[in-house]
Design a protein around this ligand. Structure first.
Ligand code: ADP
Ligand code: ASP
Ligand code: MG
Length: 468
C-alpha cells in the first residue's frame, strides 16, 4: 500500500507528540507500506509568525529577538523529547539554530524597511514548517526509518505568484515530484515534506493558504499515485458539527468528495478548501483520522457511488472570521453587467467572495468575505464604484458568522429549508442573508457571530444529528 500521511499542528504540538507521530509512521512503513509524510508547523507557530510579521514593520529589533528566542526555545525543547539519539539531536539542533538565525535576519529586514509585502509575509510564515519538518525527520530517523527531508520547494511544488493563496501548477509540479521524490519513495525511503509552503517559478517562497498542509498532502498523493491520503488530526474524523462547539457531535464514517467539498469550502476547519481538487479525478480516497486514537479508521472520503445514504442533513458547520459586505444602488436595477462590475473589481484585487446573495429587486448584493480583508474590500469598492452613478452605498458588518447545513440527500428533499429557518426563528435569532447553491447540497446563511454556536446547536438537535 502507498500513502501520504499529513500531520496537522496539533499532532506535532510537542516533542512527545512528534515522537508518537514518528512511531506511527515507522510502524506503517514496516508493514510493507510506502509512506510519504507532510508536516504542519508546531501548533500555534504559524499564528505567531503572522503576528510577528505584521508587528515587525513597526516594532523594535528587541521585540523580534524576544519572539525568535521563544520560538527557538520551543523547538529545542521539542527536539530534546522527540529524539533520543544524541547525534541526531545535534544534527537537528544545528538546522534549527541556522533556521532561527535566518528568521531573525528576515524579520530585522522587515523592521528596517518598514514594509511587509505579501511576498515577504509568505517568506516569514514559511519558517513554521521549515522548523517542524526537520524534527519529524530526526524522530523518524531515531526509530530507524530511512528518511529524507524536503521543503515544498525542494519537493517540486511550483505555484503561481499569488502570495498567501498560491495555486500549484499541477502538471509541472507532478513532473518534478515524480522526478525528485518518486524514486526514493518507491525504494521505501520516507520523504518528509514541509506542508503549506512551495515556490513560484522563480524559486520565491509562496504559501498555499491557511491550513495548506492538507493541500500539500493531496498534491503529493496525486503525483505519487498513492492508494490513500491520510490526514491525521486531533479529532476522530469529520463530525456532524465541530466537536468543540457541539460535544455530542457524531463521527461520519463516509463522505462523498462532493459532500466533503461542500463542508471544506464552508470553512469547517477540518480540511483546506482546495485540498480535494488534486485527487478527485484519480479517485484517490482521503481518510481523516486521529493521532490520539489511531486504532479508529476515521472518516473516509471517496467517490460518491460507494457512499451509503443517510438522512438528508449530514452536518452543520460554523464559519467565523467572516464579514458581510453590502453593495446598494437603485441604478443597478435592470442594468446589464452591474453585478459583473462588482465581482470584477473584487476579483482583480484578489478578494475572494465566499458567498453571494442578491434579490430579484436587483438593488442590492450581499457578499461574505474573510474578515481580515474587509477593509481592503471596502476601500477597493468605494474607489472603483462610488460616484459613478451605479452604486450609492457600500457597507459592511463585521460581527457575523456563516452557518452551513449540508448533506448530499438534501437535493430534492422538500421542507429542509423551512425546517432550518423555523428552528432559527424559534431560537429567536435573526437571519441576515441566505444562499443555496443549485447543487442543493448546502444551505448557508449569515447570523450575528454571538448567535452562531446557538444556531448550530439548535439545528444539530432539530435534525437529530447526534442520533445518526
Ligand atoms: P490540524 O492542526 O490537524 O490541521 P485543524 O485545527 O486545522 O487541525 O482542524 C481540526 C479541527 O477542525 C478540529 O479540532 C475541530 O475543532 C475542527 N472542526 C470544525 N468542524 C469540524 C467537523 N465538522 N468535523 C471535525 N472537525 C471539525
Ligand atoms: N501551518 C499552516 C497554518 O497554520 C498550514 C497548516 O497547518 O496546514 O495555516
Ligand atoms: Mg488544518
Amino acid at each position: 500500500m502507498k500513502t501520504v500521511m499529513k500531520f496537522g499542528g496539533t499532532s506535532v504540538a510537542t516533542g512527545e507528540n512528534i515522537r508518537h507521530v514518528a512511531r506511527l509512521v515507522t510502524q506503517h512503513a514496516k508493514e510493507d507500506c510506502r509512506v510519504a509524510v507532510v508536516v504542519s508547523a508546531l501548533a500555534g507557530v504559524t499564528n505567531s509568525l503572522f503576528e510577528i510579521a505584521c508587528q515587525a514593520k513597526k516594532s523594535d529589533t528587541k521585540h523580534i529577538e524576544t519572539v525568535t528566542q521563544e520560538l527557538r526555545q520551543k523547538h529545542l525543547e521539542a527536539i530534546s523529547t522527540a529524539i533520543k539519539s544524541e547525534s541526531i539531536q545535534k544534527e537537528v539542533t544545528e538546522i534549527t539554530e541556522k533556521t532561527i538565525c535566518e528568521l531573525e535576519k528576515v524579520l530585522t529586514g522587515v523592521c528596517y524597511v518598514g514594509e511587509l509585502t505579501p511576498k515577504s509575509k509568505d517568506y516569514v510564515v514559511s519558517f513554521g514548517e521549515r522548523l517542524s519538518a526537520p524534527i519529524v525527520w530526526g524522530a523518524i530517523k531515531d526509530y530507524e526509518g530511512e528518511t529524507q527531508c524536503f521543503t515544498g520547494k525542494e519537493a517540486g511544488i511550483v505555484t503561481d505568484s499569488n502570495f498567501g493563496e498560491a495555486e500549484p501548477l499541477m502538471n509541472y509540479t507532478t513532473h518534478l515530484i515524480r522526478e525528485r521524490i518518486g524514486p526514493l519513495f518507491e525504494k521505501g525511503v520516507i520523504p518528509v515534506v514541509t506542508g503549506f509552503i512551495a515556490a513560484n517559478q522563480d524559486g520565491i517562497v509562496t504559501t498555499v493558504g491557511r491550513g495548506g498542509s492538507d493541500y500539500t498532502a493531496t498534491i503529493l498523493g496525486a503525483a505519487l499515485e498513492v492508494d490513500e491520503v491520510w490526514i491525521w488530526t486531533d479529532v476522530d474524523g469529520i463530525m456532524t458539527a465541530d466537536p468543540k462547539v457541539i460535544p455530542s457531535a457524531k463521527m461520519l464514517p463516509e463522505l462523498s468528495y462532493q459532500e466533503a467539498a461542500e463542508m471544506a469550502i464552508f470553512g469547517a476547519k477540518a480540511m483546506h478548501p482546495r485540498a480535494l481538487k488534486p485527487i478527485i479525478e484519480a479517485k484517490i480516497p482521503v481518510r481523516i483520522r486521529s493521532t490520539l486514537h489511531p486504532e479508529n479508521p476515521g472518516t473516509i472520503i471517496t467517490d460518491a457511488q460507494s457512499v451509503k445514504s443517510t438522512g438528508a442533513v449530514k452536518a452543520v458547520a460554523l464559519i467565523k472570521d467572516v464579514a458581510m459586505v453590502n453593495v446598494n444602488g437603485a441604478n443597478m436595477v435592470g442594468a446589464p453587467g452591474s453585478y459583473a462590475k462588482v465581482f470584477e473589481v473584487l476579483g482583480k484585487n484578489n478578494i475572494n467572495i465566499m458567498m453571494v446573495s442578491t434579490a430579484v429587486s436587483e438593488a442590492n448584493i450581499s457578499m461574505v468575505i474573510r474578515r481580515n480583508i474587509v477593509g481592503r474590500a471596502l476601500s477597493t469598492l468605494e474607489i472603483a464604484l462610488l460616484g459613478r452613478g451605479l452604486v450609492s452605498e457600500v457597507t459592511s458588518e463585521d460581527d457575523v458568522a456563516v452557518v452551513a447545513v449540508m448533506g448530499a440527500n438534501m437535493k430534492g428533499t422538500l421542507g429542509i429549508a423551512s425546517k432550518i429557518f423555523a428552528t432559527v426563528a424559534n431560537a429567536g435569532i435573526n437571519v441576515r442573508m441566505i444562499a443555496q447553491g443549485s447543487s442543493e447540497l448546502n444551505i448557508s446563511f449569515v447570523v450575528k457571530e454571538k448567535d452562531g454556536a446557538a444556531v448550530v446547536k439548535a439545528i444539530h438537535e432539530e435534525f437529530k444529528l447526534d442520533k445518526i
